[in-house]
Design a protein around this ligand. Sequence first.
Ligand code: HEM
Length: 572
Amino acid sequence: MASPIDSHAPYTLLGALLSGGGASGGGARAFLRDYAQRGTNAMLWASLLAVTWLLVLRLAALLRLRALGSRLPGPPASPLLLSDPGLAAVCRGAGDITGYLSKLHGSYGPVVRLWLGPSQLLVSVKDSRIIKELLTKAEDKLPLTGKTYNLACGKLGLFISSFEKVRSRRESLKLFLDEKLRVGASGSSFKIIQVVLDRIDSIMARDFLDCSSFSQHMAFNIVGSALFGDAFFDWSDASAYEELMMTVAKDACFWASYAVPPFWKPDYRRYRTLCAQLKILTQGIVAKSRNENGVLNLIEQSSCQTSERMIKDPSRGVSLLDGMISSHCLNEAAERPLSSEEEICGNIMGLMLHGTSTCANLIGNILTRLALYPNLQCQLHSEIVACCSGSSELKIDDVLRVKFLLATVCESARLFPAGPLLQRCSLQQDVNLNSGITIPAGAILVVPLHLVQMDTSTWGNDACQFNPNHFLKKDINLEEIVAPAQKSSNGSNFFTDVFDKKESFLPFGSGSRACVGQRFAVLGIAMLIASLLCSYEVQPHPALSKEMESSVDSSSLHHLPNPKIILKKRSI
Ligand code: HEM
């Protein structure tokens, strides 16, 4: 007869333990085996159900994407629902995506959808009013963008995909850059030029400069000196850092595009080593900047009050670290802990990468124009001298008075944005536009900048021509572009606006993820060009000037061979 224990034994662990050893020892072992088997089965079933559930969700999302996407105007998808055959051909031939999108917008209107694959939808928007709404409502960046920065810089609180995760860091940085411009730029611009020229002298041929390397040096120094303060100027690793950073930037997107990091590839492992070296160098300049700006103790105390005083009294050696930490304290001390060292370092690397490459592009465009058009240079020089006469060094207010210079910077940015497409997405929510259009969550949203910024209906028949007067006509508020938070010292409004073209001027993006460095970049670069023109004349290398004149038009400048320029000292 079965004992009371035996009757409980099956399938309960307690029963098995109570049954003990002896005659029932074999039974207990069998029970444990059985128990383990059942447990494993249960786990396998649970995993299977979870995977099935995830697949069902994924399939539902896919069907939803296809259903909503198909309602948008665009060319028919290929029969196998694979990528758009036209776009695939353009990409294979490394063709002109802007040209292809232009044709599609001509046929389908201001909003066009394209299938990049069964689960990848691209939506291109050309109408400036829809763009403004879209860039405000679609708050996230593409996951690939975030992945690219993560790969190159490690952990970051800027440039990553989710808006929620970058929001507070954006605010901190904005506060810091505004403060930096108010106090720092005037003093440092001459110094930047001197440092750059000294460095260039030592590494390049004496008689001419390579325009893009020169622009890169300038950009690197503007951004570096803003982030690290004076400690940056005598940093012995600066040249190595610049070179390494540009190498890392060049391949970041390629390696980030792998779904699984290709550890088995030696080139990838080499790339990771370069990223690690860049990080070590960044830590070096961060430490140097802290020591020399005398903020180490203040940071270690993490005192919000002290940091707040510092940002209000920036003469006390402000660097990005102070700014980030102090404004971070101001904004969200109650909510979150301070940024980790790793994140501060990642943010700084991200800013150096982004700021240097974008500013270099813009400076290079301006210098090319100066070299090509002596009249432009003459007019700029005389306006700068007239507005700044009497003062030994330039101030932000002086530069704000040189309208033609600001217009030249903006016009260069309009014609040659840093990239052809502005990219966004909304990861979780559909984007419902006022016009009734719904763009499904997860779609890749792009704005083809050339089409918007060279649209003749907005910019006039000479939209493709370089003409700073585009920004001096009374239909664009230049002041809002360069100094939204700042009126001139006499309180006047330089650029009266009747109809604002700002919505069609997007080199710095717009809306929730707009460039935080817009004002800093425009004013910083204007200061730099003004300082340069005060002391030097920019001339094209004689051997190249003919070739360049014949090949330059606005739409082809990006394909120009890198022009060689000469800086000739002005006789005062
Ligand atoms: C000519 C120079 C520059 C250009 C053309 C430029 C362009 C851009 C563009 C197109 C975006 C994306 C905007 C969007 O999605 O709507 C962006 C974002 C950003 N830029 Fe710039 N930028 C420049 C310089 C700078 C500088 C000097 C800094 C700071 C030192 C900076 C900091 C940022 C930040 C923090 C973001 C946003 C990151 C985020 O939301 O995650 N930029 N920039």
